[in-house]
Write a protein that binds this ligand. Structure first.
Ligand SMILES: *[C@@H]1O[C@H](CO)[C@@H](O)[C@H](O)[C@H]1NC(C)=O
Ligand SMILES: *[C@@H]1O[C@H](CO)[C@@H](O)[C@H](O)[C@H]1NC(C)=O
Length: 204
């Protein structure tokens, strides 16, 4: 029985092992990748100007400006990307994961509470001062919070993938149409409570 089970699932396991081996950005066999519609590139192609004069966050919400594969095509194959996070006073970046990258966060100004949870459900947290840097290990759930309700905070995040990906915990659990009854069971609560939580989260 056990052997049969392994035999029938072996092909699937091999596929998973293969996917696991290629989820980090693959090495490229050229210096850089030029998009098909470019006949040649110059220094402009390797320059990202989207971080110039970033406006302040509006209406108390966190402002994230990304420079990833989509915004900055020169990153294709280079295994790095960046984002600038501007937190309003009391602003939060809710729990999320980056499935394809470790994140290095550098605190530029203000004070920021950062935290991640490991696969043993241990919480690691720290209050960062300006000039501090924190590492969020790849794939682990984490958040940032500007506990200061008077002053904004700014951080720069670097990622070990051109396309780190973001999975928001609130949105992926409560914003994707998972059945209320399933969530009520999973969270050991009633359907009304699940619907109340869902009402605050937009389904894309
Ligand atoms: C190539 O295509 C991209 C995406 O459609 C576009 O943004 C870019 O301007 C194009 N570049 C050239 C040189 O045509
Ligand atoms: C560099 O390439 C851009 C188009 O991507 C072009 O607009 C610009 O004139 C080029 N600069 C030089 C110095 O050739």
């Amino acid at each position: 029985m056990a052997l049969n089970f392994i035999q029938s699932f072996l092909p699937l396991l091999l596929v998973f092992a293969f996917i696991d081996a290629v989820v980090s950005d693959p090495d490229i066999t050229s210096d850089f990748i030029t998009p098909a519609n470019f006949s040649s590139v110059n220094g402009t192609f390797f320059t990202f100007t989207g971080f110039r004069d970033l406006p302040d966050p509006i209406q108390g919400t966190l402002m994230v400006t990304k420079a990833g594969l989509v915004e900055f095509p020169a990153l294709d194959g280079q295994s790095v990307s960046m984002a600038i996070l501007k937190f309003p006073p009391g602003g939060i970046n809710p729990p999320h994961t980056h499935p394809r990258a470790t994140e290095l966060l550098f605190s530029v100004s203000g004070t920021l509470e950062v935290a991640f949870v490991d696969t043993k459900n241990i919480l690691y947290t720290k209050q960062l001062e300006a000039g501090d840097m924190f590492v969020f290990p790849k794939g682990l759930a984490h958040y940032q919070y500007n506990r200061n309700h008077q002053n904004p905070a700014i951080a720069i995040s670097a990622f070990g993938s051109a396309n780190a990906g973001t999975v928001s915990v609130p949105n992926s659990v409560f914003g994707t149409g998972i059945d209320d009854a399933i969530l009520a069971k999973a969270f050991k609560t009633d359907i009304a409570t699940i619907q109340k939580i869902k009402s605050g989260i937009a389904i894309p």
